[in-house]
Design a protein around this ligand. Structure first.
Ligand code: PLP
Length: 436
């Protein structure tokens, strides 16, 4: 299978798409053609690992990683992804819990898969790959956890000093020798600018063999379709009904993965997006121009995106604006609604949700009654509420229990280096850490 750029360009194989991350013409990689499956294709598959292998086989047919696919799948899906009933709602409303990985958010799936692939594509005998990742909080932890102590790789995490929560800081700074955590005296935009400048600096880039693990890498996206395949097949085989999904959306990676699974024939009904007060997707799907803008800060901070990059992929997959508008519905949920929703889920269903998941349960509530009763719905839970305890605990009036994986991270020692927001400081920190 070949991958081409959303902007044209020449097609490359999976391995190059994974290593390059972004296409040479600045576009995003998409599969040149998609396999289409019927649910029967997965009839003999017992569990998410077997489904993942069947789903991914055509993508890996010409890859150096083909024979390692079972191992890659097993490493990625090493934690449960349960589909649970919401108390009092039966099978008509369920929750897909994507937060049982090492850093308690769905990004663990994509980061784990990418690390499993890149770690194998790059031979350990070569100079280590150095993965640069700028983060406003969540992504950096997932990427560091995925590459932690993986031979032949290093990770440099850049985050804005003093602007991440205490628990996020732990997740960014608690890793082994091959992870360098940099607390940048600046904003998230400064962190991103430093990564871009470093990648564009030929000398520095050759010296450290830079690569990136940001969310536009196809290796972060592809594995996310697997949990939609697994959940929809499970529901379909139990009930004969195609479940519909409500997906919290920021950069549109998770939602894209759901749409991709549906395009590939998985039994998925409607797809509803939930965004926070960053209204770009909502405005566009409701008829306005696509108008990138600065992001605004909300309680669902991992969805604070003013220019979701995966829209470029979505247009390539689904076509023009009118067909997108026919196939997707979106609700924008503001901070007051997020707070109400966290309280309401707790009092009405004894359910504790994170602020991102709350946008999805709120969107579900806004569907019209017929839509709700005609279909079975699955709300996607993207993070564990214990990651956002400062928001959630005052609203529900009690402490959120911390899952074991997160507890382990929180009890490790932290180490970070503070740097100025410029390329020279980044280069200096890299030499200090990694050049003997
Ligand atoms: C990243 C993130 C999102 C948004 O996902 P996208 O793929 O960027 O749309 C939602 N919730 C949580 C908890 C996240 O970390």
């Amino acid at each position: 299978m070949k991958f081409m750029s959303t902007r044209g360009g020449t097609a490359v194989g999976l391995d190059d798409a994974l290593l390059q991350g972004i296409a040479a013409d600045g576009g995003l990689f998409v599969a040149a053609s998609l396999p289409v499956y019927s649910p029967d294709h997965f009839a003999a598959a017992d569990g998410i690992h077997a489904i993942a292998e069947l789903f991914l086989q055509p993508f890996f047919a010409a890859s150096k990683l083909r024979d390692a696919l079972p191992e890659i799948v097993a490493e990625t899906f090493a934690f449960p992804i349960p589909l649970t009933e919401i108390p009092g709602c039966g099978r008509s409303l369920q929750m897909l819990e994507l937060y049982h990985g090492p850093t308690a958010a769905f990004k663990d799936v994509g980061a784990g898969f990418l690390a499993a692939c890149l770690g194998r594509l790059h031979s350990i005998a070569e100079q280590p790959l150095t993965i640069l990742v700028a983060t406003s909080g969540d992504t950096g932890g997932a990427v560091a956890a995925a590459f932690n102590e993986r031979p032949g790789t290093r990770v440099v995490v850049l985050f804005p000093d003093g602007r991440v929560s205490a628990r996020q800081a732990r997740q960014l700074c608690c890793w082994g020798e091959n992870v360098l955590s940099l607390s940048v005296r600046g904003s998230f935009d400064d962190c991103q600018a430093m990564v871009k400048a470093a990648m564009a600096d030929g000398t520095l880039s050759a010296r450290h063999r830079f690569s990136s693990a940001n969310s536009i890498n196809i290796g972060r996206l592809l594995p996310q379709s697997i949990y939609y395949a697994d959940a929809s097949l499970r529901h379909f085989s139990r009930t004969g009904k195609k479940p519909s999904f409500v997906v919290p959306a920021g950069n549109l990676g998770n939602a894209f993965a759901c749409i991709l699974a549906r395009e590939m024939g998985l039994p998925i009904g409607e797809i509803v997006l939930a965004s926070n007060a960053n209204r770009i997707i909502a405005d566009f799907l409701n008829g306005a121009e696509w108008l990138p803008r600065a992001s605004i800060r909300t309680l669902a901070s991992a969805m604070d995106v003013g220019n979701p990059s995966n829209m470029e992929r979505l247009r390539k997959l689904l076509g023009d604006a009118s067909s997108l508008r026919q196939q997707l519905q979106v609700f924008s949920v503001d901070d007051d609604q997020i707070e109400d929703e966290i309280r309401r889920n707790f009092t009405e269903h004894a359910l504790i949700v994170c602020p991102h998941t709350a946008t999805a349960t709120c969107a579900y509530r806004q569907l019209d009654a017929v839509q709700r009763s005609d279909q079975d719905w699955i709300v996607v839970a993207t993070a564990h509420p214990a990651k956002f305890e400062q928001i959630v605990e005052p609203l529900i009036g009690q402490v959120v229990p911390i899952p074991d994986a997160l507890q382990q991270i929180l009890s490790r020692p932290m180490h970070a280096v503070t740097v100025q927001p410029d390329l020279a400081s980044l280069a200096g920190a890299l030499d200090d850490a990694f050049v003997p």
